[in-house]
Design a protein around this ligand. Structure first.
Ligand SMILES: Cc1ncc(COP(=O)(O)O)c(C=O)c1O
Length: 424
């Protein structure tokens, strides 16, 4: 990087900082001949429903995470439904959840009659805020869902302590956190049940798929009874008596997806390393410019499902919208975070949740009231994030161009702010 004064930003008429095409640097998933061969093997074998590759994938997960049970699902959403079902939650039981997550961390619980209680996300790691979660515990609270958002492990010491003191079960939604560790323990082994999505953008993708992990035999049996219509046949009686119907759904994973998932999972550690290296390099530069890049504290090894950086609104110059526009003009692939807050969605604010959860007949005073402005801290924090590519295969020259783009834009913050104010 040169130390000379940055040239004029492109938005003010200067040259673009990012001239390297980032398509290959950001291509994800990385599909090689190994994936193709694995898929072809299943196709040639010809059993597209019950090919042993799905069980082999489960073995891979069991061995890697050193857990008793790994159960493949058709997607992470189905695995989360199975997790809620496994806990034997009763209608009206409450579950503490974050709102800053993908909806599947929360909404499937409605189908077993459980009621989400939305809690603030703490602003350091954007996981469930232990203080707010504890304040929202009632005699009906049975469980909490912990999400390691974007690959950053949540504040597990405090959350596990709350769970222990209040006798709550912990569902760990580790969908973003393949390969992350907390105090030397792998994310995905920290809760009573954990779930990974293997959807196509995840760190060990299958296309569509999900894995549920648990050490608990009873949970495993309930998970199988819900919809794993192969495994249900292998359960000891009396659970096996449901084999002819399951509980009305079918959650088995497609072997073609499992074939891809095995290859991707095998490469996950080395591909995570590359992302981490690239994003630590970029983060060091951006931290030096005043951004909070959500670096791991020393006892945590985060991974990067997505790369979010935080821009302090208070700083106000340029406003975040102007910053975004100026970065995009430089050629940066900068985006807004893509998850809308779950508690603000019409399924909750318009009351549809009550019908799904089977509590629509309750008097209004006993129905949970979901209001859009219920989580001011989460809302404020959520507005401060910008998403940049996760650079899974980038070389330093592209990262340097992004750094140059940020430098340029910040060096001309006043002019950019003024131009943005005039245009709005
Ligand atoms: C945090 C989180 N949980 C759950 C899911 C649901 O997984 P799937 O898309 O595989 O159903 C996702 C996925 O996309 C997710 O990001």
């Amino acid at each position: 990087m040169s130390d000379s004064k940055p040239s004029l930003p492109h938005i003010l008429g200067g040259p673009k900082a990012v001239t390297i095409d980032g398509t290959e640097a950001n291509r994800w998933p990385i599909i090689t001949e190994e994936d193709q061969a694995a898929v072809l093997e299943v196709l040639r074998d010809g059993d597209l429903s019950l090919h042993p590759v799905t069980r082999q994938l489960e073995d891979d997960y069991r061995n890697y995470f050193d857990v008793r049970h790994a159960i493949a699902h058709c997607n992470g959403t189905a695995a989360l439904l199975a997790a809620f079902f496994a806990l034997d939650l009763q209608p009206g039981d409450e579950v503490l959840v974050p709102s800053a997550t993908f909806w599947a961390s929360v909404v499937p619980m409605l189908w077993v009659g459980a009621i989400p209680v939305f809690c603030e996300s703490e602003t350091q790691r954007m996981g469930l805020d232990p203080d707010d979660a504890e304040a929202k515990i009632t005699p009906q609270t049975r469980a909490m869902v912990v999400v390691h958002l974007w690959g950053m492990p949540s504040r597990m010491s405090a959350l596990l302590d709350i769970a222990r003191r209040h006798n709550l079960k912990v569902i760990e939604d580790a969908s973003h956190a393949h390969g992350a560790t907390w105090r030397g323990r792998k994310c995905g082994t920290l809760g009573d049940i954990s779930v990974f999505s293997l959807q196509g953008s995840k760190l060990a993708p299958a296309g569509e798929g999900g894995i549920l992990l648990t050490d608990d035999d009873t949970y495993m049996q309930r998970v199988a009874s819900l919809g794993d219509i192969t495994r249900i046949l292998e359960l000891p009686s009396p659970e096996q008596r449901f084999a002819a119907t399951s509980f009305g759904i079918k959650t088995r994973m497609a072997p073609l997806s499992a074939a891809v998932a095995r290859v991707q999972f095998r490469h996950m550690p080395e591909r995570n390393r590359r992302r981490n290296e690239n994003l630590r390099y970029l983060s060091t530069a951006l931290e030096g410019m005043g951004f909070n890049t959500c670096l791991s504290p020393p006892h945590v090894e985060r991974v990067y499902f997505e790369y979010m950086i935080r821009y302090d609104d208070e700083r106000g110059n340029p406003p975040i919208e102007a910053l975004m526009e100026a970065l995009r003009a430089e050629g940066c692939d900068a985006q807004w975070p893509r998850y809308p807050l779950v508690h603000q969605q019409p399924i909750f604010t318009e009351g549809c949740f009550a019908k799904i959860a089977g509590i629509a007949g309750r008097s209004n005073s006993t129905l949970p009231a979901y209001t859009e402005n219920a989580l001011p801290k989460t809302e404020a924090a959520n507005r401060q994030f910008l998403k940049l590519p996760a650079f899974p295969s980038a070389e330093p020259d592209l990262l340097d161009q992004y750094i140059a783009a940020f430098k340029k834009v910040l060096a001309h913050a006043d002019e950019i702010s003024a131009a943005w104010c005039r245009s709005t």
